[in-house]
Design a protein around this ligand. Structure first.
Ligand SMILES: [Zn+2]
Length: 339
């Protein structure tokens, strides 16, 4: 069979359906979810209805180009959707983020280090900005309104270009100053080993080199010499019986099962929610993940393994929610702050 084809670049206006959002203040907001590949943009009117969604390719390696893309989206929303001219901005971004200071400490996939994104974006647009780490934002959306609602001990794992997580311990989000729950950089190799692939963080064999969408794409490309058009195409090829794709998907799921087993040994979450783009694989991913996690556990309580309610939309929905909480005030708010 032929390999998956190369991806298309640029801007896409999407027609995804979104739930009506319960904004804390009835003012329009614009929400961004900045991933390693694309920026999801959602415009929400004062009733909580999503009136526009689009996706643009993430400018990588240049903070001014990234900020310009965000400002351009705000300007075009003011021009094209005057009824939803934003009163506040919500942003979640991949990487190590200090939510309280609004600073990207290190976003390895974006080439950013120590960028005061929140205050710079507020200065460029004149709007209040709510800001935080994308995986924690997605986690809060799932914990408050989604698949983890009603649980006290939970982990929400976002699998996209990289792998991030939000951990809730006894009902509280655990952040450790932004350093906590960096699941994507759990090592899968032994001390001193240089087996596996070097990670964007500089380590060898981190979980996300095997189990992120980018890791799956890279493994398939190394094995075949052909870059696939996204991890979902590799999963589809595996389902169709392509042995190379099957091996790549197997490695992805094995590494996730091992990581989930280690987390279960320490934190015993009642539920692990899988979010992000790769959650679109559904039971093809979650079914074997349950079986393999079970095989690694002995006496431990088995966590429920569930697909995120909001899927790849969780981060941008969370951005709209934190912006909605902010739009009635003049200060800034971080993901970790509860009403
Ligand atoms: Zn790493």
């Amino acid at each position: 069979m032929t390999g998956p084809e190369a991806p298309a670049a640029g801007v896409t206006d999407s027609e995804e359906s979104y739930p009506r959002l319960e904004l804390h203040y009835p003012r329009p907001v614009i929400a961004f979810d900045i991933g390693g590949t694309a920026i999801k943009i959602v415009v929400v009117d004062a009733r909580g209805d999503v009136v526009h969604t689009r996706s643009v390719r993430t400018p990588v390696g240049e903070e001014n180009a990234l900020l310009a893309a965000l400002v351009d989206a705000v300007d075009s929303t003011r021009r094209d959707f005057p009824q939803a001219s934003p009163a506040a901005i919500g942003v979640h971004i991949t990487g190590l983020v200090d939510d309280d200071r609004g600073v990207v400490v290190l976003a390895e996939h974006l080439g950013l280090r120590n960028v005061a994104m929140r205050d710079r974006l507020a200065g460029l647009t004149g709007l209040p900005v709510a800001f935080g780490n994308d995986a924690r934002g997605a986690g809060v959306a799932e914990f408050e309104m989604g698949a983890a609602r009603g649980y006290h001990n939970a982990m929400v794992v976002s699998i996209g270009t990289g792998i991030g997580a939000a951990v809730f311990v006894d009902g509280r989000l655990y952040t450790a100053d932004g350093f906590g729950a960096e699941l994507g950089h759990m090592r899968t190799t032994a001390v001193g080993s240089t087996a596996g692939v070097v990670c964007a963080c500089g380590g060898w064999g981190c979980l996300e080199t095997l189990s992120s969408a980018k890791g799956v794409e890279g493994a398939y490309a190394r094995a075949t010499g052909t870059a696939p058009a996204g991890a979902e195409r590799v999963f589809a090829a595996a389902a169709a019986g392509d042995p190379v794709a099957e091996a790549v998907v197997d490695s992805c799921i094995d590494a996730l099962a091992l990581a989930f087993a280690q987390v279960t040994a320490i934190l015993s979450p009642e539920i692990i929610v899988v979010a992000g783009g790769l959650s679109g694989a559904g039971e093809q991913l979650l079914g074997p993940l349950r079986t393999r996690l079970d095989s690694l556990l002995t006496f431990q309580r088995r966590p429920v393994i569930a697909r995120a309610r909001f899927g790849g939309q969780a981060g941008v929905i969370a951005s709209a929610l934190i912006a909605g909480r902010l739009s009635g005030s003049t200060g800034n708010l971080s993901t970790g702050t509860r009403e």
